[in-house]
Ligand binder design. Structure first.
Ligand code: UDP
Length: 235
C-alpha cells in the first residue's frame, strides 16, 4: 500500500478504493511535543479497538465521522479527508494545561463544557488560538467553525453519557476534523485514551495517557480496562 502520511502514533496508507485510507496504529507514545518518547507494546492495538468502538457509537448517534470499519487489530478503514489543522479540545473538568495557563483550581467544572482551539503545528508547539485566528489563517470558514463547535459538543454529550454508565468520567479530550471530498465536515483522527482523559469514577485512577506523561506506569493495564468496559457495554 502507498504510504500517504506518517505521524507520531499512526501511519495512513491509500486503500484500494480512491476515497478511502487505511490507518495503522503504532505502539509509539509521545508527550510534551514529542520530547518524551517510548514504545508501549500493544498500545496501537488497544487504541485502534477503542477508537473503532467510539466512532461506531458516534455514527449510531448520527454524528458524521471518517470511520468505515475496523479491518484488523491495528488497522482501521476510513474515508480520506483533508484534515483541518486545528486541534479541538473539549473540557468538562479543569486539569492539565489549562490549570497551569489560567491558574484555576484542579477539577473546576465547566458548565457548559469549554471548547478550545490549538493550531496543529509541532514546530510552534501547538499554540492556543481563537475563532478569529482560524478565519485569519484561512483554516476554516465561519460556517465550518460553527459546525465543528456543534459537533464537538454533541460528541461530548454522547461519550460522556456512555462512559458515565461504565464508571468512567470524561474529563477532557481532543478532536480533529476533516473535510470529505464533498466538503462534509466529519470527526477524524482517533478517539482513544491517548487523546482523552478518563478517570475511574470509583477510584479516581487515571485510565489514559497521563499514566505515561506523569510516569504512573501500568498504561496498558488501564487501556485494557477501558476496552474491557467498552466491550462489555457493547455486548
Ligand atoms: N490532547 C491531545 N493531543 C495534544 C494535546 C492534548 O490529544 O496534542 C488531549 C489530552 O489528552 C487531553 C486534552 O487534549 O485529553 C487536553 O489536553 P491539555 O490541553 O490539558 O494538554 P496537556 O496537559 O496534555 O499538555
Amino acid at each position: 500500500m502507498e504510504k500517504l502520511y506518517e505521524g507520531k502514533a499512526k501511519i495512513v496508507y491509500q486503500s484500494n478504493e480512491p476515497d478511502k485510507v487505511v490507518i495503522y496504529f503504532k505502539d509509539e507514545a509521545t508527550a510534551f511535543n514529542a520530547q518524551k518518547r517510548d514504545v508501549i507494546e500493544g498500545k496501537g492495538i488497544l487504541n485502534n479497538k477503542i477508537s473503532s468502538i467510539f466512532f461506531d457509537l458516534l455514527e449510531k448517534n448520527g454524528i458524521p465521522t471518517h470511520f468505515v470499519k475496523q479491518l484488523s487489530d491495528r488497522e482501521m478503514l476510513a474515508y480520506k479527508t483533508q484534515i483541518i489543522p486545528v486541534e479541538v479540545v473539549v473540557r468538562n473538568l479543569a486539569t492539565g494545561s489549562i490549570v497551569k495557563r489560567l491558574g484555576i483550581q484542579e477539577k473546576t467544572p465547566f458548565e457548559p463544557p469549554l471548547i478550545e482551539f490549538y493550531l496543529k503545528n509541532d514546530q510552534l508547539g501547538d499554540p492556543i488560538i481563537c475563532h478569529q485566528h482560524i478565519l485569519a489563517l484561512n483554516l476554516a470558514s465561519e460556517e465550518e467553525i460553527e459546525t465543528i463547535k456543534n459537533l464537538a459538543l454533541r460528541v461530548n454529550d454522547v461519550l460522556k453519557d456512555f462512559l458515565k454508565k461504565l464508571d468512567i468520567i470524561l474529563v477532557d479530550f481532543k478532536l480533529e476534523f476533516g473535510r470529505k471530498n464533498d466538503g462534509t465536515i466529519v470527526v477524524a483522527d482517533e478517539i482513544s485514551p491517548d487523546t482523552c482523559r478518563f478517570w475511574d469514577a470509583k477510584t479516581g485512577e487515571r485510565m489514559d495517557k497521563d499514566r505515561f506523561r506523569l510516569n504512573l506506569g501500568d498504561l496498558s493495564k488501564f487501556y485494557e480496562e477501558v476496552l474491557r468496559r467498552l466491550s462489555y457495554a457493547k455486548s
